[in-house]
Ligand binder design. Structure first.
Ligand code: GLN
Length: 478
C-alpha cells in the first residue's frame, strides 16, 4: 500500500471496497511516518495508541454496516498548538514540553467523530510565531521538496507531512499566513477559513482576534471535505459563527465562467520575478476558464505589516501571560522568590521570538503609547477591511500572490526579523479582514520550488473560493 499518494476519496474507496481495513491503513501510515520523519522533523510525536483506537472504531462501524463518516480511516496530522486530550501538546515551546491537555479542541473532537485517524502532532514555530519553522524549540523542519530549505511557518510541520505523504491531510493554524505560506512553500493546498467559521476552542491562543484553525491537503477537494467536518457553531467559542455550513464539495462543479476576479495592483509590485511570472500564468489559466479578470486597488495594503505586528504582538503579550510556572508549564528551579520564579521560568522557557513579541506587545499597550500604536493600528485594520469590502462590491474573488518569494534556505533569514516579517506581506491582510483565503499550487520555479496562488473571497463565501481553486487545479498549470 502506498500511503504517500492517498487522498480522502481514495481512502474511502479502499475501505468500502475492502481493499484494506482502517487498522491496516493506520498501522502502515504510522510505520511510514516513523520511517520518513527523520528526513524532515515534521512530526514532533506520533500517537499510535490514539490512532489505532480511532481506526478500530471505524472498522467496527464498517463491520456493523454503519457509515463511519466523511473522514473514515483518513490519516490526519495536527499542528502542535491544537489540544489533544492525553497527547502531549507543546506549541513548539520548551515551556510546554510536558504539557498533556485534559481535553480535546472542538476541531479534534469533530474530526474523530467523522472517522479521522490522528497520527500525531506536527512541529511549528513556538506559539505559532514565525514564518520558517525555525523558531521551534524542537529544531526546524526541512522542506520535503528541497531539504536545505524551510517549509515556511508557522504550520511548517503540517505542510511538510502532507507534501511528504506522511499524512493525507493536516490541521494548521493561521494568524497572519501560517497555513497559506507553508502550503505555498511545500506545494500543497492550505485554507484559512472565515474568522469564526471554525471553533478556536482548544487552539492555543496567540492573537485571539486573528487566530484560525484550517485544513491542509494535497487537493482542493480534500481541504473542502476537512473544512466541512470541522466548521460550524460551537457553544464553547463565543466567536464561532452561527452561519450554516454548506456542502463545500458539492460546489466543486467547475462552474467558474463569468466569475469576476480582482488582481490587486498593490500586491504585484514587489513579487520576485519567478513567483510573479508563475502567478501571471495562473491568471491566464483562470481567464481561459472564462473568468473576467480586472485590476483592483487595495490602498491600505502598505500599512498591513505594521498594523499586524502591533495588533498580533499586543494580543500575544496578554495571551502569553498565563505561562507563569504555576499553571501548565515547566518551572525554573533556580528561584528563591515568587517574582524570581516568574521571571526565571519565562526567561528560560520562552525563545527569542516570543520574548521579542511580548516586549513589543507590552510596549504598544502601555499607557503612554496605546493611542499612538495600538489604537492607530485598530483604525488601520478597519481601513484594510473596508478595502476588501469595497473590492467585493465589484468582484467575486481576489487573486494574489501568497509570498513574495518561494521557500528560502534554512538560516537565511533567522538573524533579520524584519525580512522574515515581510514573508507575510500578502497573507496578513486576509486575517486582518477576517475573510476566507487559501493557497493553491500554481507551478514551480526553474529550481523546482513550488509557488502558490492566493484566492480570497467574501466573508463566509468559502464555496466560491473552493470552486475557483478546484477548477484551477483541474485545469493544470503546465
Ligand atoms: N508569520 C506570521 C507571524 O510570525 C504569522 C504567524 C501565524 O500566522 N501564526 O506572526
Amino acid at each position: 500500500m502506498d500511503v504517500s499518494s492517498l487522498t480522502i476519496e481514495r481512502v474511502r474507496k479502499g475501505l468500502l471496497g475492502r481493499e484494506f481495513s482502517a487498522c491496516e491503513l493506520a498501522a502502515e501510515a504510522l510505520r511510514f511516518a516513523e520511517a520518513e520523519n527523520p528526513k524532515t522533523n515534521a512530526y514532533l510525536r506520533l500517537a499510535p495508541e490514539r490512532a489505532m483506537a480511532a481506526a478500530r472504531r471505524v472498522d467496527e462501524q464498517l463491520a456493523r454496516g454503519e457509515d463511519p463518516g466523511p473522514l473514515a480511516g483518513v490519516p490526519v496530522a495536527v499542528k502542535d498548538v491544537i489540544l489533544t486530550k492525553g497527547v502531549t501538546t507543546t506549541c513548539g515551546s520548551r515551556l510546554l514540553e510536558h504539557y498533556v491537555p485534559p481535553y480535546d479542541a472542538t476541531a479534534i473532537a469533530r474530526l474523530e467523530q467523522a472517522g479521522g485517524v490522528i497520527l500525531g502532532k506536527t512541529n511549528c514555530d513556538e506559539f505559532a510565531m514565525g514564518s520558517s519553522n525555525e523558531n521551534s524549540a524542537y529544531g526546524p523542519v526541512r522542506n520535503p521538496v528541497a531539504l536545505d530549505r524551510v517549509p515556511g511557518g508557522s504550520s511548517g510541520g503540517s505542510a511538510a507531512v502532507v507534501a511528504q505523504g506522511t499524512a493525507v491531510v493536516a490541521l494548521g493554524s493561521d494568524t497572519g499566513g501560517s497555513i497559506r505560506q507553508p502550503a505555498s512553500f511545500c506545494g500543497v493546498v492550505g485554507v484559512t477559513p472565515t474568522y469564526g467559521r471554525v471553533s478556536r476552542y482548544g487552539l492555543t491562543a496567540f492573537a485571539s482576534s486573528l487566530d484560525h484553525i484550517g485544513p491542509l491537503g494535497k487537493t482542493v477537494r480534500d481541504t473542502a471535505t476537512l473544512l466541512g467536518v470541522i466548521a460550524g457553531r460551537d457553544p464553547s467559542d463565543a466567536t464561532s459563527a452561527d452561519a450554516p455550513v454548506p456542502d463545500y464539495t458539492a460546489a466543486l462543479d467547475g462552474q467558474v465562467k463569468g466569475l469576476k476576479l480582482g488582481l490587486p495592483r498593490e500586491y504585484l509590485k514587489d513579487v520576485a520575478s519567478e513567483s510573479g511570472d508563475l502567478m501571471a500564468r495562473g491568471v491566464d489559466v483562470l481567464k481561459k476558464l472564462g473568468c473576467d479578470v480586472r485590476e483592483i486597488s487595495l490602498p491600505a495594503t502598505d500599512s498591513a505589516v505594521a498594523c499586524y505586528y502591533i495588533i498580533a504582538t499586543a494580543e500575544a503579550s496578554s495571551n502569553l501571560a498565563r505561562y507563569d510556572g504555576v499553571r501548565y508549564t515547566f518551572r525554573s528551579g533556580s528561584a528563591e522568590t515568587l517574582s524570581d520564579m516568574y521571571r526565571n521560568t519565562r526567561g528560560e522557557g520562552f525563545g527569542a521570538e516570543c520574548k521579542r513579541r511580548i516586549m513589543l506587545g507590552t510596549y504598544v499597550l502601555s499607557a503612554g503609547y496605546y493611542d499612538a500604536y495600538y489604537l492607530k493600528a485598530q483604525k488601520v485594520r478597519a481601513l484594510i477591511a473596508r478595502d476588501f469590502a469595497n473590492a467585493f462590491q465589484e468582484v467575486d474573488a481576489i487573486v494574489a500572490p501568497v509570498s513574495p518569494f518561494p521557500a528560502f534556505k534554512l538560516g537565511e533569514k533567522v538573524d533579520d526579523p524584519l525580512a522574515m516579517y515581510l514573508s507575510d506581506i500578502y497573507t496578513i491582510t486576509g486575517d486582518l479582514a477576517g475573510i476566507p483565503c487559501m493557497s493553491v499550487p500554481c507551478g514551480k520555479t526553474a529550481e523546482g520550488l513550488p509557488v502558490g496562488m492566493q484566492i480570497l473571497t467574501r466573508h463566509f463565501d468559502e464555496t466560491t473560493m473552493f470552486r475557483l481553486a478546484d477548477a484551477f487545479e483541474k485545469a493544470g498549470t503546465a
